[in-house]
Design a protein around this ligand. Structure first.
Ligand SMILES: NC(=O)c1ccc[n+]([C@@H]2O[C@H](COP(=O)([O-])OP(=O)(O)OC[C@H]3O[C@@H](n4cnc5c(N)ncnc54)[C@H](OP(=O)(O)O)[C@@H]3O)[C@@H](O)[C@H]2O)c1
Length: 402
C-alpha cells in the first residue's frame, strides 16, 4: 500500500527535523511521538494521547478480521532462575512485568496478540490468559498447536503432532490456560508430514462448529498445502517469517495470499532484534545458561554478521530520513508492502512496545518505497535464516489423503 506524504523541501525538512529532535529531547520523549502529535509543543501526556488516537484510528484486515496494524508477540519461557521469564534472545523480566506489558499494550489499543502452546511450553499462554482477564473481549487472540508435547508435563516428545485427536486435546488445554471460551485464530505451527492437511482442516472445522475456534491459519506451510487447506476450511492468516532480513514470502506465498484473500502475519518482523540496530558486527550470542536463539542461526554467525550490517545501515539512514526509529522503519516497511500484512514484534519492554506502535503512523510516497525497496534488495544477506533442523520444517507439503 502506498500513501502520499506531505512533501517539503530538503532544507526545510532538515530544519524541522532538528527542531523536532531538540523538542523531543527537552521533553524526554521519542521524536516520533512528537511528529504524531498535532500540537507543535505537546506534553508527554499528549504523546500518550497521540498513541491512543493512532491506535483508535487505524485498522488492517486479516481475512474478515480487523486489527490495529501492529500486534504483539508473546513468546516466553522460564529463565535460568526461578521467577525469571526469558524471551528467545537475551532479554528477560518477571511474570508481573510480562502481565503489565500485555495489559499496557491492550490499554493503548493493541488488539492482536500472538502466542503458542509450545512457548514455555504452556508458560506464555498462561501469562497471556492471566493478563487478559477482564479485557479478553478487546483482543483478537491467536495461538498455535502442532508441536508434539506431553500434555501433562509440557515435555517435547520430538517432532510434530497434528493428529485430529491431539488437536482437540490441545485446544481444550489452551482454552483453560488462556482463560477463555474461544480462540480467535488457531494456527498450525508447522505442517505435520504424517497428517493430510484435509484431516487437520476437518478437525479445525469441527472446533469451529463448536464455537471453540473462530478462524484458522498455517505457519510456514508449503504453497500446495495452503491451497488444499483453504479448499476445506478457508484460512484467515498465513504466519511466516518476513522482514527486511528475510524476504522469502515475496516469491510465492504473498502472491498466493493475495489471490486467495488470506491475511499475512509476519513473525520476527524486526529480524530477531537485528533491524533495531541493537546488534553490533562483533556480537556473540550466549548458548548458556539460557540459549539466545541467534547463537545457532547462521546469519548471526561471526563470519556473516559484519557483511549483514549493511542492511542495518540502510534501516538507520531511512529511519533518520523519516524521523523514525530503526524498529519503526523496519515495521513500516513491512506494512507498506501490502495493506493486509500485520507484524507481531516481540518485546520485554513497555517502552519498546510503545515505540513499535508508532510504526503505524509512518507512510512512504511511491517514490520513497521504490527507493527503499531497491536499497533493501541490493543487500545480499549472508547465512541461512534458521538452523538446518528448524529450516527443514518450513515449506513442507502435507501428505495426500489415501
Ligand atoms: N510462527 C512461528 O514459527 C514463529 C516463530 C518465531 C516467532 N513467532 C512470533 O513472532 C513474534 C516476534 O518474533 P521475535 O520475537 O522472534 O522477533 P522480533 O519481533 O523480530 O524481535 C524481537 C527482538 O527485538 C527487540 N525489540 C523489540 N522492539 C524493539 C525496539 N523498539 N527497539 C529495540 N529492540 C526491540 C526485542 O528485545 P527487547 O525485549 O529488549 O525489546 C527482541 O530481542 C514472537 O513473539 C512470536 O509470537 C512466531
Amino acid at each position: 500500500m502506498t500513501q502520499q506524504d506531505t512533501r517539503t523541501s530538503p532544507a526545510s525538512s532538515g530544519l524541522q527535523r532538528r527542531q523536532l529532535l531538540a523538542t523531543a529531547a527537552s521533553l524526554g520523549i521519542a521524536p516520533w511521538l512528537l511528529s504524531a502529535c498535532a500540537s507543535p509543543t505537546p506534553s508527554a501526556a499528549q504523546g500518550e494521547a497521540a498513541i491512543r488516537q493512532l491506535t483508535a484510528g487505524q485498522r488492517r484486515k486479516l481475512g474478515t478480521l480487523e486489527v490495529f496494524p501492529v500486534g504483539l508477540g508473546c513468546q516466553w519461557r522460564p529463565g535460568a532462575t526461578p521467577g525469571v521469564v526469558a524471551d528467545s534472545y537475551s532479554s528477560s523480566f518477571d511474570r508481573p512485568a510480562a502481565v503489565r506489558l500485555i495489559q499496557r499494550a491492550v490499554d493503548l489499543g493493541v488488539n492482536f496478540i500472538d502466542t503458542a502452546e509450545v512457548y514455555g511450553p504452556f508458560l506464555s499462554e498462561d501469562i497471556v490468559g492471566e493478563a487478559l482477564q477482564g479485557i479478553r473481549n478487546k483482543v483478537v487472540l491467536e495461538t498455535k498447536f502442532g508441536m508434539d508435547l506431553d500434555q501433562q508435563t509440557g515435555k517435547r516428545l520430538g517432532g510434530l503432532n497434528s493428529r485430529p485427536a491431539h488437536i482437540n486435546q490441545v485446544v481444550e488445554a489452551q482454552l483453560r490456560r488462556l482463560r477463555t471460551d474461544r480462540i480467535d485464530v488457531l494456527i498450525q505451527h508447522r505442517v505435520d508430514p504424517a497428517v493430510p492437511i484435509e484431516d487437520v482442516a476437518g478437525a479445525v472445522k469441527d472446533l469451529m462448529a463448536q464455537g471453540k475456534v473462530l478462524h484458522w491459519g498455517l505457519s510456514e506451510p508449503g504453497v500446495q498445502t495452503i491451497r488444499r487447506a483453504h479448499a476445506v476450511q478457508p484460512l484467515t492468516v498465513i504466519q511466516n517469517e518476513y522482514s527486511m532480513l528475510w524476504r522469502g514470502p515475496e516469491a510465492q506465498v504473498l502472491p498466493l495470499c493475495e489471490e486467495l484473500g488470506i491475511g499475512f502475519v509476519c513473525w520476527s518482523p524486526l529480524g530477531m532484534g537485528f533491524l533495531t540496530g541493537a546488534v553490533k558486527a562483533e556480537a556473540r550470542f550466549a548458548s548458556a545458561p539460557v540459549l539466545d536463539f541467534r547463537a545457532v542461526v547462521p546469519r548471526f554467525a561471526p563470519e556473516a554478521l559484519p557483511a549483514n550490517m549493511a542492511l542495518v545501515n540502510v534501516v538507520k539512514n531511512w529511519a533518520e530520513r523519516k524521523n523514525a526509529t530503526p524498529a519503526q522503519l523496519a515495521l513500516a516497511w513491512l506494512m507498506a508492502q501490502k495493506p493486509w500484512i500485520v507484524p507481531i514484534p516481540g518485546t520485554t519492554q513497555i517502552a519498546h512496545m510503545e515505540e513499535n506502535l508508532g510504526a503505524a503512523s509512518i507512510t512512504f510516497t511511491a517514490d520513497e518505497l521504490k527507493q527503499l525497496n531497491a536499497d533493501v534488495v541490493a543487500i545480499n544477506i549472508q547465512g541461512a535464516r534458521l538452523p538446518p533442523a528448524v529450516m527443514a520444517m518450513s515449506g513442507v507439503e502435507a501428505p495426500l489423503k489415501r
